[in-house]
Design a protein around this ligand. Structure first.
Ligand code: FDP
Length: 341
């Protein structure tokens, strides 16, 4: 029997251990970030259980409310939002919360206040709930500038100021992908242990991919660079093979595949939605942060996505993100458009 191999297999790197290891690199750290993260992880575990039970527990269905974006709100969205707001406030480490589900930002009451601002979409891709397609939670973390006097400007910062970002995907397995600004790591929930275990250390996105991911139903309204790019994916003129199209329509799942397999995910502007569909603070920024940390790029059609300075908490932006070389191609097409080529 290979005892050494057994010992290795039982030496599990849980997310808690991983974060504490990271924390130990900064002796001045007070452990606040680790505590905040453990509350986010708890929220993810709770939502994972609720998503898995949704069909059985009859949680699926409309809650009869409409959210800020005018979409019908599902019960699971409401539940997930409550879970995360409570988990974040009770951590005692947060100051301002921005949720996709809440019109206004939440300023945490004084007695429970900490130094971090968290922007999040508690259950992204919710139109997929009823058919069992993967959905997820997306989050980004900023540090407040002045914890005695927090203002909305603390969350209206460019994405490059984020300290950390991540998502949790509720799919055939529950996977949490996290970056604290030093690469990207993926953890899978072991349901028997109730622990997230490091399963995807130091994720690097392939430099170029074979997949493009976009809602082609909007093609009629696309601008010229997007239309040209997708045409190139399908009919490459350089002798390379056409790319495959994969579109789930659930951002966490589409981005997760892009991160692991490479390629590009696009939600461009179009004539009907000049700012695209996806929200800057809690969709575009966290996913762009992860892409860059994994060696990829994220571009809005005008600039590096993480340079964008949002003016409103629910602002939207077009986004092209994924493998370095693939995003480079779309950037070249937009640059040519500006030059009038
Ligand atoms: P959903 O509407 O199901 O909540 O921004 C939300 C989002 O899903 C993303 O998760 C997804 O990438 C996108 O919208 C899908 O939009 P389309 O249906 O327009 O393709």
């Amino acid at each position: 029997m290979d005892h050494e191999a057994d010992a290795y297999r039982t030496d599990l790197m849980t997310i808690t251990r991983f974060v504490l290891n990271e924390q130990s690199k900064y002796p001045e750290s007070r452990g606040d970030f680790s505590i905040l993260l453990s509350h986010i992880v708890l929220g993810c575990k709770f939502v994972c259980t609720a998503v898995n039970k949704a069909g059985l527990a009859k949680l699926i269905g409309l809650a009869g409310e409409t959210n800020v974006q005018g979409e019908e709100q599902k019960k699971l969205d409401v539940l997930s939002n409550e879970v995360f707001v409570k988990a974040l406030v009770s951590s005692g480490r947060t100051c301002i919360l921005v949720s996709e589900e809440d019109e206004e930002a939440t300023f945490v009451e004084h007695s429970k206040r900490g130094r971090y601002c968290v922007v999040f979409d508690p259950l992204d891709g919710s139109s997929n709930i009823d058919c069992g397609v993967s959905i997820g939670t997306i989050f980004g973390i900023y540090m407040v500038k002045d914890d005695h006097d927090p203002t909305l400007d603390d969350v209206l910062q460019p994405g490059k100021h984020m300290l950390a970002a991540g998502y949790c995907m509720y799919g055939s397995s529950c996977t949490l992908v996290l970056s604290t600004g030093e690469g990207v790591n993926g953890f899978t929930l072991d349901p028997s242990l109730g622990e997230f275990i490091l399963t995807h250390p130091d994720i690097k996105i392939p430099k170029k991919g074979k997949i493009y991911s976009v809602n082609e139903g909007n093609a009629k309204n696309w601008d010229a660079p997007t239309a040209k790019y997708v045409e190139k994916c399908k009919f490459p003129k350089d002798g390379s093979s056409p790319k495959s199209l994969r579109y789930i329509g659930s951002m966490v799942a589409d981005v997760h595949r892009t991160l692991l397999y490479g390629g590009i995910f696009l939600y461009p502007a179009d004539k009907k939605s000049p700012n695209g569909k996806l929200r800057v603070l809690y969709e575009v920024f966290p996913m762009s942060f992860l892409m860059e940390q994994a060696g990829g790029q994220a571009f809005t059609g005008k600039q590096r996505a993480l340079e964008l300075i949002p003016e409103k908490i629910h602002e939207r932006s077009p986004i092209f993100l994924g493998s370095y070389d693939d995003v480079e191609e779309i950037k070249a097409l937009y640059a040519a458009e500006v030059k009038g080529e």
